[in-house]
Design a binder for this molecule. Sequence first.
Ligand SMILES: NC(=O)c1ccc[n+]([C@@H]2O[C@H](COP(=O)([O-])OP(=O)(O)OC[C@H]3O[C@@H](n4cnc5c(N)ncnc54)[C@H](OP(=O)(O)O)[C@@H]3O)[C@@H](O)[C@H]2O)c1
Length: 316
Amino acid sequence: MGRIAITGATGFIGGTVAAVLAERGDDIRCLVRRDPGGDFPWPFEVVDPTSTESLTQALDGYDGIAHLAILNDFHGLYADRRAGHDGYVGLTRRVVDAANAVGARVGYVSTDWVFDGTGHLVPEDEPPNPVNLYGYLKAASELVVLHRAREGFVARVGGVQGLHQTMSGGPRSQDVGFGYFVLALVDSLRGGNRFTVWEDPAINSVATPIVSAQIASLLRRAFDRGASGVLHFAGGTAVTRRDLAEATCRVFGLDAGLVSYGPPPDSARIPAPVPYDTSMSGEVTAALLGTRTWAIEDQLGSLEQEISSGRPVPLS
Ligand SMILES: NC(=O)c1ccc[n+]([C@@H]2O[C@H](COP(=O)([O-])OP(=O)(O)OC[C@H]3O[C@@H](n4cnc5c(N)ncnc54)[C@H](OP(=O)(O)O)[C@@H]3O)[C@@H](O)[C@H]2O)c1
């Protein structure tokens, strides 16, 4: 059993990390910036994320911190670059300094969007080359962890599928990345509605999807084993958006006849380049953590169980 603090636990992946670690008996504490309300399911402490001292006090006695909080507002990053930089790089620097002060290991969740999208199944030592501000800020935050944390690792994830643990409504709509794609498709087809899978060279078109439940499980292994350096928490299958739609129909038993293919609406495009193929190889990481990667059908099976039970279902 570990003592792990978590930033971003009111968010999508952070909530799943909290749920899985709590379920497995870890002593967790969610560091939040405002009181999340009486029905928040896990122990929390309100901190001032702009203050290293506040973060240090909250981390006292903890072995590690899973850092997932980000200023998740793609347009806002461009509109206010100073706030954007602080919401990624500044916040990560404060988290790292607090962790160093109390001797805690930092586990930083990063993204496949640190790559430029010209690779395929890229390994952990592939040098990043971000093509937009979000990717740049994540790559810069990675360097803070890699070069400033006394003990720490970077875990890149992409194509993340799963339920939001504390926000029942969403998010669950298709965008120019792969996140939430499967839930959006399942919602439409189960409702008897048609779904257009976006295909376009200017959007993220190939990835290695993984369920958020498995990200949580791999994070726990990485803390347990004292991991360092760059890890890839990737699913075992590189898929196009079309492959993912077809696999979802097979695994969920949905009518593939309701699926069509076409370009995204202009309103969905973002005013910056988007990496095309962000598939990552997670084989080296999996071996390091004493597990294996899981094919897309396994990832979708886990998601199907999560939807029916309401609880995340890690694959290992
Ligand atoms: N979702 C994906 O598909 C995906 C893919 C690749 C990588 N990632 C990475 O995974 C991590 C989690 O992403 P997510 O999708 O779960 O994010 P999310 O749902 O948008 O959650 C963001 C979290 O960060 C907190 N936060 C925002 N600004 C903050 C600030 N200035 N100080 C402290 N906390 C702040 C939010 O807290 P409040 O509730 O207080 O706003 C929330 O808990 C991120 O690092 C992201 O880069 C996500």
